[in-house]
Every structure is written in structure tokens, then in C-alpha cells.
Design a protein around this ligand. Structure first.
Ligand code: WT7
Length: 665
């Protein structure tokens, strides 16, 4: 919090077109929206085109804390993203500008593609036709395992059009992680690609799929040809997309299915503290309303904007703010296949310059990585079109914020840190350049959005004093929240326990936060055993399960240690089975094993071999001890022991473990 100083010099933005208001004015308005949040969201919902209006705005579902928004309303999000624009002057407006990663000798992208709204509409209709002919119907499930290519949003929209519930699995996940998700959802069809490019390397995606589908009930695999790499196609199961499309008439139209507002649009899996990943369900109507409103308030999206979000569609940011949000808004969206440092660290600035990007949505980890290379790679490229910058995924440190503000945005663009999570569906706390811009402060998330009752409280739900750390909670339902029928796919009980029991009756985010005297919220990080590694959410439990599945490992415990660029990285404490030796070679083997079994995003920064894990008498791992040893830090204040251990016991195991780890090095 020492960094939480208001910077008066950032209050006035030259040439800024929105009204900058004082904090109290916003809060007065905000209070009215929260007091009548049902009436407020009903007004917002009227901005969408519904096939049939709702009968009731908000209702309780069959399970506790599963809420139904806009009950009785009928709509289709692919209609809102496509048909509406295809019928308007926007039909020839560019929807997507896509850039592949590989470049030619002059550093120019080897392949780019552009889709107008009408072209996108046509492609989605043709693909929806393909899915129908494969036998998919409303309520069925499909999985998508695609890289950042235009076929990814096209597939999502085509499935949404016919009411098929889909899950997108991040293309960096392993076969194991893919299979877990496909099986949990019960997907019959899987859409994938032959391969793609990442940091100059060709990744063979189909190979991973072949391994994964063995242990699933997937009947059909649709394969997009992206990289042209050699793949094996299993007769009767695998189909090239271009073959399936060959027989589909160019002008085929598939009517958008009129779906209940509460119909699940997709399930997205995310990590929790225990067990398998949680399948977060998002509905259709509430989700569409939240995205439509946040596109205006947070991004101030307008028809002359060129919008570039650097996330991967495999995560919720991409679902909401590369696909459904900006398409509903009729925006021109830049989509990039690869990494920001390929072939050089100028790649994003080139993309911004080449396309005249006006709105830039990125992540703190990437900013910290790019900052290391100084200002020159940025300043070589024209960024005069930029007008709004936001980051997401993890707290942004003031130094990274200032670099975005001063170097990238040339002190012209408001820079924000939008807080939300997979579960919330869309942004809930942010600066609002499109509505009322309150004074900026480097590193804060800002004030809660209209209609969003976000608070910082203690475990009893009592509001924390300004400057005091507490839990971030949402005290009223919001559209876009985890949806019917069960909030979490097939797990209504877990849904209730995880989100509604920690602080009685309010939505528990799992984050620590502080509210300052102005009411600005500063999210500090996770309050549970979940890591944020380069913004990616990874459960320590998941990594521990992977490690103990290795033949050499008897026990494992993973903690997060601070990292200058990634925010946090996993460090694993490992107890080996007898007969196995520690040392560098074993450590490397285990790291490789984690990468292959989980995915590269979870690569531990180090593996420490110990003879036993520090545990309390009741068998709970003393994570505080592990963290102190891993960071070389102190044990901290032992008067607030989180793990019911005696102070002496903690100190003793700390000393012991420290000695052991030092010896091992
Ligand atoms: C967790 C959710 C929301 C899209 C990407 C992440 C952290 C997210 C911020 C921010 C500080 C943030 C929280 C949250 N987080 N945005 N602007 N400032 N922390 O979605 O993978 O579901 O992760 O990311 O810890 O709980 P996710």
C-alpha cells in the first residue's frame, strides 16, 4: 500500500475527450445504481436486441445462489454479434484484422487476413451448417482446442448460433488437461487445428489431440488447416474443415436459435484450491448485457476505433473482450497469433502502428517483460492513434503503469487495471473512460462499476476500514455471473461452498484487497492456494497432483514466490521415494514432466528436494514455512498463524528445512 499514492499530475489528461469527474460525483451516481441494481440492469438490458423481452429481471434458480437473469427473454448472441451488423451499414466494416506470427525477410507478417462483418456472418453460417450436419443440436456440447486463428471466434459463434454449449481449451494445455475438460463437459465434437506458430516454432496441435481423445467419448474431430504440418487423420473420426465446407453452399443461412436468456453459452474451466478444475457456466442474456455495457463504459468503444486485446481466446479475457464484447459493439478488432517478442520485441508496437490501433488491452507481465528493452523499440513506432489503455489479469505495479502511461501512451491515454475473473464474466472494477473518468492512480483498479456492489470485508462480512486489507466480495448478483443450471458444471454444491460460504451469503472472489480513502479498490492478489503466474491461474493442488503422479515422487508441495516479470512463479518442494536421488538431473526431469503433463505455463522455477514436508500435528502442510524457505524470507508475524501450529513448531521446521535446502544446493 505504500505505493498507493495518488499522483496529482495524472489527474488531468491533455486532449482527453471524456468528462473527468470528481470522485464524489461518480460515487453519488454509483450509489443509485446499486440501490436499485435490478432496475438499473433492466435499463441496460434494453440496449440489446431481444427476440422476446424478459418477464422478470432476476429470479432465484433451482440451486442456492444460482440466479436467473432476464427470465423469459429470448436472444442469440451470434445474432447480436453478426446479423445485426450484417443488416446495417456495418456489413462492409472490418470485424477482424488477423495477423499470423511468421514474418518475411523484411519483418512483415507472412499472412494476414481480414473479415468484414458480412464475411464473418457468412463464415459463421457455413460452419453452423457443418455442425448441424455433424449431428450437433441445441444443448449438446463441443470442445474447441484452437490457436489464435480466425477459425476460433468463427467456431465459437457458429456453436452459439445453434445453441451448442462449448468449452475452449487453451492451446498451450497438455493432452491430459484437454481430456479432463472434454470428459467433464461430455463433448461429442472437438474442433482443432493441424498446428500453429509460437515464438518461431511450429507446434503440432493435432498430435496432442490424438493423445487426448483416446480417453474421451469424442466422436468427431474437425481439423483446421493452419500450418500445413504432417498429421495423421483417423478415418471416420477426423475431418478436415475445408473438406466439410466444400459441399456447403456459399450463401447457406442457419437461423440463429432463439435461446432462453438462461441458456448456457459456454463452460470455461479454471483452477481452484482443490480437486479438478471448475467448470464455470456463463448464461446468454446476463453475459451479453454485462459485455455490452462494459464495452461502452470501460473501453468507450466507438465506430472509428481499432481495438487490440493481446489476450489468448483460451482464457476468459479473450472470450469476453476479443470475441463477444467487441463484436456486439461492432468494433474493428485486431487479433494476433503469436508472442510479443517474435521476431523482435517491437512486434506489438508494429501491430499498433500498422493498424492504427486506438484501444489497447494488455497484461502486466507482458509490459514488465517489454519494459526491460527500454523505450526505443516502442518510440520507433507511431502510437499517435492510441487513446485508451487497460491491463488485466494480475495487479499492475506502479512502475509498469507509468511506463504504459508515459512511454506507450505518451501521457495522452487513460491507463487502467480492470479487475475481474473467469467467474464474473466481465469487468467489475475499473476506470471508466467511456462513462465518467475519475482521477487516475497508478496501480489501482479504481471504483466498482455501476450496479456492482464490490466491497472489502473481513471474514464476517464487516466492511474493512480504509487502508486495511480484507477480502474482496460482491454483495449483490450481477448479470454475467456464474449461470444456471448449477453455476459450476455438474457441481452445485461445490459452487455454493467455494463462492458463497466463506463470507456468509455474499460472493467470495478469493482475492485480498484494500480500499483507500477515496473508495478506490487495490486488489493485492489471491488469498487462497491459487497462483497467478504471468496472469495465468494455476492451483497449487493441480501441480502437486502432477508431481506425485511421477514415479520418483512421494510427496510434493508447491508455493508461489514473487517474480519480477511474471508476478509469481511456482516453486516445488519434493520428497522423493526411496531409491531415487535428488539433484539437477532429477529436477530437470520433473520440470519437463510438469510441462508435458500440465502445460508450459506451469513450469516450476525451481524444485527443492527435502526429506519431509513441514506439517502440523493434524497433517496440514505449513505453507508459511515453505514460502519463507523458498523466498529466503522471514516467517513474518507468527501471532496470526494460519495453520494452527505452535510457534515453536513452525520455527523449528523452518530452521530444519532451511538447512536441508541449503545443503541440497
Ligand atoms: C484473478 C482471476 C479476468 C481476466 C483474466 C484473469 C486476478 C485479474 C486483475 C487486476 C489485480 C487481477 C485476481 C483474480 N486479477 N485482474 N486488474 N488487478 N488482480 O482471470 O484467470 O479467472 O483470474 O486474476 O486475482 O481473482 P482469471
Amino acid at each position: 500500500m505504500s505505493e498507493a499514492l495518488p499522483f496529482d499530475e495524472y489527474l488531468e489528461l491533455p486532449n482527453w475527450r471524456a468528462r473527468t469527474v470528481d470522485i464524489e460525483a461518480y460515487k453519488r451516481f454509483w450509489r443509485t445504481t446499486v440501490e436499485d441494481f435490478v432496475g438499473f440492469w433492466e435499463k441496460e438490458a434494453r440496449n440489446l436486441e431481444w427476440f422476446r423481452p424478459w418477464d422478470r429481471v432476476l429470479e432465484s434458480g433451482e440451486h442456492p445462489f444460482v440466479f436467473k437473469w432476464f427470465v423469459g427473454g429470448l436472444l442469440n448472441i451470434s445474432y447480436l454479434c453478426l446479423d445485426r451488423h450484417a443488416k446495417s451499414w456495418r456489413r462492409n466494416k472490418v470485424a477482424y484484422i488477423w495477423e499470423g506470427e511468421p514474418v518475411d525477410g523484411d519483418g512483415r507478417p507472412l499472412s494476414t487476413r481480414k473479415y468484414t462483418y458480412y464475411e464473418l456472418y457468412r463464415e459463421v453460417n457455413r460452419l453452423a451448417h457443418v455442425f448441424l450436419s455433424l449431428g450437433l443440436r441445441k444443448g449438446d456440447r463441443a470442445a474447441i482446442y484452437l490457436p489464435m486463428i480466425p477459425e476460433l471466434p468463427i467456431t465459437m459463434l457458429a456453436l452459439a448460433r445453434i445453441g451448442v454449449i462449448f468449452t475452449v481449451v487453451f492451446s498451450g494445455f497438455s493432452a491430459e488437461n484437454l481430456a479432463i475438460r472434454v470428459n467433464d463437459l461430455g463433448a461429442k465434437v472437438l474442433v482443432t487445428a493441424d498446428g500453429f506458430y509460437r515464438r518461431g516454432r511450429l507446434i503440432n496441435l493435432k498430435e496432442v489431440v490424438d493423445k487426448a481423445v483416446e480417453s474421451t467419448d469424442v466422436e468427431k474431430v474437425v481439423v483446421v488447416k493452419r500450418a500445413g504440418n504432417e498429421v495423421s487423420m483417423k478415418e471416420g473420426r477426423d475431418f478436415w474443415l475445408h473438406d466439410l465446407l466444400r459441399t456447403v453452399p456459399e450463401n447457406v443461412s442457419v437461423e440463429p436459435e432463439p435461446l432462453d436468456s438462461t441458456h448456457p453459452l459456454y463452460v470455461l474451466y479454471t483452477s481452484g484450491t482443490t480437486g479438478k478444475p471448475k467448470g464455470i457456466i456463463h448464461d446468454t442474456g446476463g453475459y451479453a448485457v454485462l459485455l455490452n455495457s462494459t464495452m461502452k463504459w470501460v473501453f468507450d468503444i466507438r465506430d472509428d476505433d481499432v481495438y487490440f486485446c493481446t489476450a489468448d481466446i483460451g482464457w476468459v479475457t479473450g472470450h469476453s473482450y476479443i470475441v463477444f464484447g467487441p463484436l456486439m459493439a461492432g468494433a474493428t478488432i485486431v487479433m494476433y497469433e503469436g508472442t510479443p517478442d517474435y521476431p523482435t520485441v517491437e512486434r506489438w508496437w508494429q501491430i499498433i502502428e500498422r493498424n492504427g490501433v486506438t484501444i489497447f488491452y494488455t497484461t502486466p507481465t507482458a509490459v514488465r517483460m517489454l519494459m526491460r528493452f527500454g523505450n526505443e523499440p516502442v518510440q520507433k513506432h507511431n502510437r499517435s492513434t492510441l487513446r485508451i489503455i487497460h491491463s488485466v489479469g494480475e495487479p499492475i505495479n506502479p512502475a509498469a503503469w507509468k511506463w504504459l502511461f508515459e512511454v506507450v501512451g505518451e501521457r495522452r491515454c487513460p491507463v487502467g487495471s480492470t479487475w475481474w475473473m473467469t467467474e464474473t464474466g466481465g469487468i467489475l472494477i475499473s476506470h471508466l473512460p467511456g462513462l465518467m473518468l475519475t482521477p487516475l492512480k497508478p496501480g489501482t483498479n479504481g471504483l466498482p462499476l455501476p450496479g456492482i456492489d464490490a466491497e472489502v470485508v473481513d471474514e464476517k462480512g464487516v466492511v474493512a476500514a480504509p487502508g486495511q486489507r480484507g477480502y474482496l466480495v460482491i454483495r449483490k448478483p450481477w448479470p454475467g455471473m456464474l449461470g444456471p443450471p448449477t453455476g459450476m458444471w455438474k457441481e452445485p454444491e461445490r459452487y455454493r461452498q467455494v463462492y458463497w460460504e466463506k463470507v456468509n451469503g455474499v460472493f467470495f472472489t478469493g482475492d485480498y484487497a484494500v480500499k483507500d480513502v477515496d473508495g478506490y479498490i487495490w486488489v493485492a492478489g489471491r488469498a487462497d492456494e491459487v497462483l497467478k503466474v504471468a496472469g495465468h491461474r494455476i492451483g497449487t493442488y493441480e501441480l502437486e497432483s502432477v508431481l506425485v503422479s511421477h514415479a520418483a515422487v512421494s510427496e510434493a508441495a508447491v508455493v508461489g514466490v514473487p517474480d519480477e516479470i511474471k508476478g509469481e512463479t511456482p516453486v516445488a518442494f519434493v520428497v522423493l521415494k526411496s531409491g531415487y536421488q535428488g539433484g539437477n538431473e532429477t529436477a530437470e526431469q520433473l520440470i519437463k514432466y510438469v510441462r508435458e503433463t500440465y502445460g508450459a505455463i506451469a513450469t516450476p522455477s525451481s524444485i527443492l528436494f527435502v526429506s519431509k514436508l513441514p506439517k502440523t500435528r493434524s497433517g496440514k502442510i505449513m505453507r508459511r514455512v515453505l514460502r519463507a524457505v523458498a523466498t529466503g524470507g522471514s516467517l513474518g508475524d507468527l501471532t496470526t498463524l494460519e495453520d494452527e501450529a505452535a510457534v515453536d513448531e513452525v520455527k523449528e521446521s523452518y530452521e530444519q528445512l532451511l538447512k536441508e535446502v541449503r545443503r541440497g544446493r
